[in-house]
Design a protein around this ligand. Structure first.
Ligand SMILES: C[S@@+](CC[C@H](N)C(=O)[O-])C[C@H]1O[C@@H](n2cnc3c(N)ncnc32)[C@H](O)[C@@H]1O
Length: 277
């Protein structure tokens, strides 16, 4: 079978799978092109793509039921019920491990970060997961009477999970923000937008492992005044302290740049606020 047809067969099979079918097609295609070069037969190539996606998508971190939560949000916004909106956001954040771990520190987290960077007018959330649902805890005034796009803040968000991005845009619209969440593989295409602050939370170690050293080029390419890079402070399994390991890792990634760095240590999360010059 010609190589193009083999790639297509792998993409189609993965796109039809229940576990990984929600992934950005461009990401699957790139992995499929690599896999068919390494495996002569289609079945092992599909298996190889699924194994890579297991690490990249980390489905084990969890997802809410997007249709159910979108309907709950619609009802809460229609009723003008801010308490219900906040509860639904917290439920969604609780459904994914990265944001669940941040819940106890969430308001303090953004207050301390933005005390250094200034409250941004344009924010980027790279490999965002469900984090944009933390919007109400990020320190901007909440005004649920605003319609789509009336909010002055621009909140860009990037992820490769299609229903997650669609849900985030649904939420942003309800909050009066422009729907600037994108299905974009940031390893293949670095974000081109300009921002005051770019968040890249709890993804750098996996990103480096999955994309063999594209972490530093990503940070170099970002058009942001401040980069906010975070790491889990303790391991998920076993509760091992990871702060020293990730401190060294961060130093290595930005070695050679005279970017001023402020370290913030929260319960469970180690954050580096980097002023990009
Ligand atoms: C561990 S979660 C982190 C979520 C969020 N940053 C947080 O800390 O709450 C990683 C997220 O990155 C996304 N992701 C992984 N590789 C990506 C890529 N190449 N481009 C865009 N998103 C990616 C995954 O789909 C997942 O939602």
């Amino acid at each position: 079978m010609p190589i193009d047809e083999r790639i297509e067969a792998v993409v189609t099979a993965v796109k039809q799978s229940a576990k990984y079918g929600d992934t950005n097609e461009a990401t699957i295609r790139e992995l499929a092109a690599e896999a068919v070069r390494q495996h002569k037969k289609t079945r092992p190539a599909i298996k190889a793509v699924r194994a890579r996606l297991h690490s990249i998508m980390a489905p084990y971190l969890g997802d809410p039921d997007y249709a159910v939560e979108a309907a709950r949000l619609d009802a809460a916004f229609a009723a003008g019920d801010d308490t219900a909106v906040a509860t639904i956001c917290l439920d969604c954040l609780d459904a994914h491990l990265s944001t669940r771990e941040r819940l106890p520190i969430m308001a303090e987290f953004y207050a301390r970060i933005f005390a250094i960077t200034g409250q941004p007018d344009v924010l980027m959330d790279i490999a965002c997961g469900l984090n944009p649902l933390a919007w109400r805890w990020m320190g901007w005034p909440v005004d649920s009477s605003l319609r789509q796009g009336e909010q002055a803040i621009q909140f860009y968000a990037y992820d490769i999970h299609e229903p997650r991005v669609a849900f985030i845009n649904h939420y942003l619209r309800l909050e009066g923000l422009a729907p600037l969440a994108r299905v974009q593989d940031v390893a293949m295409q670095f974000p081109q937008e300009t921002a005051d602050v770019a968040l890249f939370l709890k993804e750098m170690p996996r990103f480096e492992r999955n994309y063999g050293g594209r972490g530093r080029p990503l940070l170099e390419a970002l058009n942001a005044k401040y980069l906010v890079i975070s790491y889990p402070a303790v391991s998920t399994h076993g509760g091992r302290n990871l702060t020293n390991r990730y401190r060294e890792f961060m130093v290595q990634i930005i070695q050679g740049y005279d970017w001023p760095v402020t370290e913030l240590l929260f319960a469970g999360e180690l954050v580096f606020v980097i002023e990009k010059r």
